[in-house]
Design a protein around this ligand. Structure first.
Ligand code: FDA
Length: 308
């Protein structure tokens, strides 16, 4: 309930003003975000790679409102891929990128996002790595999956994301579990109406379990994005049951969340990828992380009160 209220309130400009100027904000932002620049992203990628972790980088920003901005975001990704490649970080897909379709113009006009994503995919291919399209709010889901399906003809390793909170999740996992297709399964970070999404955490977890089974039993490449210890354990058991080789699927977690567990999994020989956001436009990302973690939220609200 609290999560829904916070996510809904995040659109308020007063709340944005409060959060971006609160004293506790900087420390929390720094724990979840690599820094503001492409150089920060490369530095953190280098550190994570040295620890045996794989990386996916997200240039923060979403809901781009004009074409020039969509082009600038695309250009940032192309530049970033060049920098990562120059450092030898992209080899074999070790460091890849995650792209929010709304940041590259999903709702700006026919073909704009698809053309920008195709450009990022071409830069990634040249760097020897991959692209994953993040899943955003419900109206973006179908158009994103359609772009992914279309671009996969030329870029078969273009990944996409299924949010277990959505009622369509299991069907999407089954439909996407085709040979070699990269699918990230997460719980879902957005507040969606009951008509399309499960509200109860238990129902979301059960849906995650169904999607997980569909992906692990299929011929694709599952990317299990969760910090939930129970789901991580179930993933390991399913891998053993289905005889999946450790390099035929991966775990994924967010930068700054359960870092010891990230290293533990990597040390078992599993593929473990860290999602690393960077850039100045961190507000919406931070609110989603606060909404997931009551402890962070309580700390944060205390600091707002002391400010007032
Ligand atoms: P859950 O929220 O139940 O948390 C399980 C445990 O993890 C908690 O008990 C706590 O220990 C820890 N934890 C979780 N969140 C924390 C936080 N903010 N701070 C500290 N500890 C925390 N969503 C989406 O809609 N579209 C997308 O494309 C993506 N992409 C994506 C990529 C990757 C790599 C990850 C890991 C996640 C996403 N997500 C996402 C976000 C995802 O949908 C979900 O909101 C978060 O991962 C939290 O859900 P968990 O599965 O971790 O479970």
């Amino acid at each position: 309930m609290l999560r829904r209220v916070l996510l809904a309130a995040s659109a308020s400009s007063r709340l944005r003003q409060l959060i971006t100027t609160a004293p506790a904000t900087r420390a929390i932002v720094d724990s979840y975000v690599a820094g503001e620049t492409g150089e920060d992203a490369v530095r953190v990628s280098r550190e994570l790679r040295a620890a045996g972790l794989l990386v996916t980088l997200d240039y923060l920003g979403e809901d781009t409102t004009d074409e020039a901005q969509a082009t600038a975001v695309t250009e940032e990704y192309v530049q970033l891929l060049g920098k990562l490649s120059a450092e030898g970080l992209t080899h074999g897909g070790a460091a890849e990128v995650s792209v929010k379709p709304t940041a590259v113009g999903l709702f700006l006009g026919p073909g704009i996002a698809a053309a920008n994503i195709a450009r990022i995919c071409a830069a990634a291919a040249e760097a020897g790595t991959t692209v994953t399209l993040d899943a955003e709010e419900y109206p973006a889901i179908e158009p994103t999956l359609q772009i992914a399906a279309k671009l996969r003809a030329e870029h078969p390793d273009l990944g996409c994301v299924v949010q277990a909170c959505l009622r369509r999740a299991e069907a999407d996992c089954r439909a996407l579990a085709a040979y070699g297709v990269r699918v990230r399964l997460c719980k879902g970070a957005y507040s969606e109406p009951d008509s399309v999404a499960f509200a109860a955490r238990r129902d979301v977890d059960l849906s995650y379990g169904r999607g997980l089974r569909a992906l692990m039993n299929g011929p694709g490449y599952p990317m299990l994005a969760t910090h939930d210890p129970r789901l991580i354990e179930i993933t390991g058991s399913l891998a053993r049951l289905t005889g999946r080789a450790p390099d035929s699927f991966e775990y994924q977690m967010l930068y700054g969340i359960r870092p010891a567990e990230q290293r533990r999994l990597a040390n078992t020989g599993a593929r473990m990828r860290v999602y690393v956001p960077y850039g100045g436009d961190w507000y919406a990302y931070l609110v989603r992380r606060l909404a997931e973690r009551p402890g962070n939220l309580a700390f944060f609200l205390r600091s707002l009160r002391s400010k007032g």
